[in-house]
Design a protein around this ligand. Structure first.
Ligand code: FMN
Length: 341
């Protein structure tokens, strides 16, 4: 459905800076926000910031690139909601693997209600690790989330039998990660007091005790203060993001797919919790491959469920880096000539 009016005319460089800022709301592995945006008068570049890579928990940079893909999709939505048609080139320069994407605008475009809804969702989406409520997600909701994910990548919804296998694989992955001193140290850093300000996970978003669940969530190595409630999340649905290859371009698309699925889920009150440990531990990743039965490579497992409404106590949020730490607009000199469309 099309909105009647076009957004007011904006300069591309300003729109790029706004889109990059809005993309700061994207989810990222351990809230590392491993991206850097560079704004040019007629171009927006997305770089991976490997200073914030998890060298032990994410040695290949898969989760880092997935996170940047989610930020890329956020920026695309922000531009669309601002009335800009954008063209994206992914991994444009073989000699610079940190340059993950370049966006240019090709002109003005009518703002759709869908873009407005998704742009609004960027500001309220968050990872809610509490138990989901007992009510199942209506089939139409699952289909809407799957369709959003599939517009950018691939999503496989697991059967009850598959969920049992995912549960035991996630348990094994948690044990392997807990026994790895370097991974444990990384977790301690990103959840601890000495972490870089504006990043990581405060105690307020971490469960106060392990939930009763078919698939154990990440063991953060310390209890948080988030009351997760009693009961069992048997109404949750589990899914796998997957694709043909297992390289940076595949991970970037998968991150865009994650963002598309998560923003759509947010618009219909469905909570999403990613589970990445089970992909990063080689032995358990193998189980996921088997669950995909030849469909492709797994990138991320997802728990979907109806979020606990609890209107009087909104669930707490993770912090964010400042705009100046993730958006470099020094290439746009004041008064530089800019395109008007
Ligand atoms: C690629 C990726 C992997 C993630 N893996 C996990 C995970 O294994 N367990 C978990 O509880 N959250 C996971 N998350 C959620 C992040 O911790 C969360 O996005 C981040 O802390 C920012 O918080 P927010 O989503 O509330 O904005 C993951 C997110 C991304 C993008």
């Amino acid at each position: 459905m099309r909105h009647e009016t076009m957004a007011v005319d904006r300069l591309p460089a300003l729109a790029f800076a706004d889109a990059a800022t809005a993309a700061g709301n994207a989810p990222s592995i351990l809230n590392t926000q491993p991206w850097l945006w560079r704004v040019h008068p007629n171009r927006l570049d997305l770089f991976a910031n490997r200073d914030r890579r998890l060298t032990a928990g994410d040695p290949q940079g898969r989760q880092l690139t997935l996170s940047c893909g989610a930020a890329l999709h956020h920026a695309r939505i922000a531009l669309a909601a601002d009335g800009w048609a954008a063209h994206v080139t992914r991994l444009p320069k073989a000699s610079d693997p940190d340059l993950l994407a370049t966006l240019v605008v090709s002109g003005r475009t009518p703002v759709t209600m869908e873009a407005i809804r998704l742009a609004h969702a960027m500001h309220i989406r968050h990872t809610d690790r509490r138990l989901v409520i007992e009510r199942p997600i209506p089939e139409v909701g699952i289909q809407a989330i799957a369709a959003a994910a599939r517009a950018e990548g691939n999503l496989h919804i697991l059967t009850a039998d598959d969920v049992a296998d995912l549960g035991s694989a996630a348990g094994r992955a948690a044990a392997v990660e807990a026994g790895d001193a370097q991974i444990a140290a990384e977790l301690m850093y990103w959840t601890g007091r000495t972490r870089l300000s504006g990043t990581g996970l405060p105690a307020s978003v971490l469960p106060d005790h392990p939930t009763q669940t078919s698939v154990p969530g990440r063991d953060f190595g310390r209890p948080g203060t988030l009351p997760v409630g009693a009961g069992h999340d048997r109404a949750a649905v589990y899914a796998l993001l997957f694709g043909d290859g297992d390289g940076p371009l595949d991970w970037l698309h998968a991150g865009e797919s994650l963002s598309a699925a998560w923003l759509t889920a947010t618009t219909i009150g469905v909570s999403v919790v990613p589970l990445s440990g089970v992909v990063e531990v080689a032995g358990t990743c193998h189980t996921l491959r088997r669950l995909l039965a030849g469909l492709g490579h797994p990138y991320l497992a997802l728990r979907l469920g109806i979020a606990n409404p609890e209107p009087h106590r909104p669930s707490p949020r993770t912090p964010r880096l400042t705009r100046a730490q993730v958006v470099d607009d020094s290439a746009v000199p004041p008064g530089a000539p800019v395109d008007r469309h």
